[in-house]
Write a protein that binds this ligand. Sequence first.
Ligand SMILES: NC(=O)C1=CN([C@@H]2O[C@H](COP(=O)(O)OP(=O)(O)OC[C@H]3O[C@@H](n4cnc5c(N)ncnc54)[C@H](OP(=O)(O)O)[C@@H]3O)[C@@H](O)[C@H]2O)C=CC1
Ligand SMILES: CC(=O)[C@H](N)C(=O)O
Length: 257
Amino acid sequence: MSLAPGTSLLEKVCIVTGASEGIGEAIARVLAIDGGSSVVLASRQIDKLNSLAQRLQAAGCSEQNIFAVQCDVTNLSDTQALIQKTLEKYGRIDVLVNCAGLMYYTLMKNGQHDEWSKQIDVNCHGTTNMIGAVLPHMIENKRGHILNITSDAGKRGFAGLAVYSGTKFFIEGFTQALRQEMIEYNIRITNIQPGDVATKLAGRSTDQEAKSKFDGSNAGHKILDPEDIAKTVLFALSQPAHVALNEILIEPQAAPI
Ligand SMILES: NC(=O)C1=CN([C@@H]2O[C@H](COP(=O)(O)OP(=O)(O)OC[C@H]3O[C@@H](n4cnc5c(N)ncnc54)[C@H](OP(=O)(O)O)[C@@H]3O)[C@@H](O)[C@H]2O)C=CC1
Ligand SMILES: CC(=O)[C@H](N)C(=O)O
């Protein structure tokens, strides 16, 4: 296997939330196989995590380096247990990748309160729960790297995605402040802001009016692959200690914001 220029073998202990499919699965695979890291796979669907663990082992990862843990990031005690179990197994945590997320195309006039709440719960509370749980350990160690898979929707509001865009703007404001609090502890925070990526995310929307009007992922151009985001994670983690890639906006070439 040859690594892209600017990336290196990491050999770190990394937690990836949302690892059961889509972008999180690709990040886990790249960190484990290309990055040579120990990877903790976290999400609600433990069967899918176990199946990914088996596939990673079949691809050459050692059993010791892959650990599947069921975790609902909206549940505070789940997130604290995830950190505790990782520390019991590996003794340290170098990297947290917050990838768990929900997105529903929906028009505000259609009043889908349930989908608004779910997005706020997973994208906002899920991120603060995970970061709150890992910080005491990273602060004690005076090092750590947190990566959030945010979105270009955290840089510009998208019609049909008002609540989703709001959740991603929340992460940008939250992490701008957090970065300043974390300077003295050597903790870096990178927000990766993708445009459309080929996963099942958009397909979970139930508001067909919003989807048919505003979902641009079927516009005919080539959108990003999950591996494009995973390689960006590896690149961000490969930087020397004095370099912080605070934001990376990664878009399909045909669809800049
Ligand atoms: N696809 C795209 O175009 C883009 C995606 N993003 C962001 O990337 C991230 C991943 O999206 P993507 O891979 O496309 O989506 P998928 O729908 O493919 O995957 C979503 C992941 O989130 C996990 N998840 C959802 N709810 C929870 C929860 N409560 N607790 C733990 N895990 C949860 C799911 O696991 P499980 O069901 O097992 O819990 C699943 O692994 C999201 O934050 C999304 O906003 C950003 C820009 C573009
Ligand atoms: C604005 C978007 O649709 C973006 N592709 C995302 O899924 O976050």
